[in-house]
Design a protein around this ligand. Structure first.
Ligand code: G6P
Ligand code: MN
Length: 438
């Protein structure tokens, strides 16, 4: 099988290649990027990785997108249109007005989607033409919106993934001294907007007892970050990204914007000229560890959380490989993925992309029914889905009216006036938006 990685010069690509080496499912990997320098830098890291492995998987690089796609069985996509410079603008503009500045939640996610969706739709058409049987596994954020836009072209062959639901499930399983494979996780929502409502083993739902047990609960990062009391009020465990809705993070983020920090860190990484593949791999590893340590600091700071475990089997590369294996092996495995709703969440229409447990096999990913959900969660999902839909439509049509509407409908944007001002500044600072929304 051949894997194409679009965004092949991206910093997280060695994670994927590591999983490819580990699982030995692919015979060839093709890395595509628009930036040759980034591609070369990552290729050197991969050489270092391959050299350390007894069974290296051959890879090549290209800046020709069609060349990368042709004949692919799986297409992994993780691109960042506008680079980290774009992310600093996505986050910085709202923060400058006292509004949340985050790459996927709130105005930042909307702006990121506005410039990403046209590129993704173009990619989907190319896949349709050059690799019509390929599965597109989308990591590109904001993953829910981007997957919904991809599905408008390729339907169910586009599947969105995120590492946060499975991460939560793993931590909950550990707190219950159980293995995740032995449990059924009743999780529902949209990408970066989900809740774990139940954890079933053969005997029943273990979540109520877990929520009542402070000691066990404290082993779960999400419980520490949100506080046991709030989890008990909800009767569920929210995805860590709900932190941005439930708690005020603007000041903490304004003092340390994530995009600006990463831009500096990554510029250093890509500019370095290691003298061997081994040195390149080691440098990448150290940079990655530093990135992991500072992830979501605005929520994690002040809590006595265990440092990131470098041997943690999770991460989005493991999630992507699990989907590949379930499809290639027709396994019928259950994974939490971003797929078309069908009737999983009965209050949304069938094409709305949702993040729910799915049965995954040779025919793709089929969502399991979540059924009715608590009213407060439903209300938030409904609102954010309306925001997502206005955003997708705005991205595809170049309508300023719709872009402003998407921003203004978002619960974390205080007013229509703020929405107009934020969009005007986005346009002013991002030439690609200025051009598209002329
Ligand atoms: C998690 C999310 C991803 C997101 C990443 C951001 O893994 O699930 O969707 O891209 O965090 O991490 P960063 O280090 O870029 O802030
Ligand atoms: Mn994610």
């Amino acid at each position: 099988m051949r894997l194409a990685i679009i965004g092949g010069g991206g910093f997280r690509v060695p994670l994927i290649y590591g999983a490819v080496l580990h699982r030995q499912r692919f015979d060839e990997v093709v890395l595509h990027d628009v930036d040759q320098t980034r591609l070369d830098r990552i290729a050197l890291v991969l050489e270092g990785q391959a050299a350390a492995h007894e069974k290296p998987v051959p890879f090549r690089t290209t800046t020709d997108l069609d060349d990368a796609l042709e004949g692919a069985d799986f297409v992994f996509v993780a691109i960042r249109v506008g680079g980290l410079e774009g992310r600093t603008i996505d986050e910085g503009v709202p923060l400058g007005r006292g509004v949340l500045g985050q790459e996927t939640i709130g105005p930042g996610g909307i702006c990121f989607a506005l410039r990403t969706i046209p590129a993704m739709v173009d990619l989907a058409h190319r896949v349709q033409r050059l690799a019509p049987n390929a599965w597109i596994i989308n990591f590109t954020n904001p993953a829910g919106m981007v997957t919904e836009a991809l599905q408008q072209v390729v339907g169910d062959r586009a599947i969105g993934i995120c590492d946060t639901p499975s991460g939560l499930c793993r931590r909950v399983a550990a707190a219950l001294d159980a293995s995740p494979e032995d449990l059924a996780f009743d999780y529902f929502g949209l990408n970066h907007l989900g809740w774990l409502r139940g954890v079933h083993d053969g005997r029943g739902d273990r979540l109520p007892d877990l929520l009542a047990d402070d000691v066990a609960l404290n082993r779960i990062e999400e419980a520490q970050v949100f506080g046991a009391e709030w989890l008990r009020s909800l009767g569920m465990i929210p995805n860590e990204y709900l932190y941005y809705f439930y708690f005020d993070t603007v000041d903490a983020m304004a003092s340390k914007p994530r995009g600006a920090y990463l831009l500096e860190q990554q510029s250093g990484f890509y500019a370095a000229q290691p003298d061997s593949p081994q040195a390149a791999f080691a440098h990448w590893q150290a940079t990655k560890d530093e990135r992991d340590r500072t992830y979501m600091a605005e929520a994690r700071d002040g809590h006595d959380l265990a440092p990131h475990d470098p041997d943690d089997p999770g991460g989005y590369e493991a999630e992507a490989m699990a989907v590949v294996e379930a499809i290639a092996g027709n396994a019928g495995a259950v994974r939490i993925l971003n797929v078309a709703n069908r009737s999983a969440l009965p209050f949304l229409d069938e094409d709305a992309v949702v993040e729910v447990p799915c049965v995954v096999g040779a025919a793709g990913a089929r969502p399991l029914a979540a059924g009715d959900v608590p009213e407060h969660a439903r209300a938030l999902i409904d609102t954010i889905k309306a925001v997502e839909r206005a955003t997708i439509e705005a991205a595809l049509t170049g309508s300023t009216e719709l872009a402003v509407k998407a921003l203004a409908l978002h619960p974390l944007v205080p007013s229509v006036t703020a929405a107009r001002e934020i969009f005007a500044e986005y346009r002013q600072r991002l030439p690609v938006l200025e051009e598209r929304f002329a």
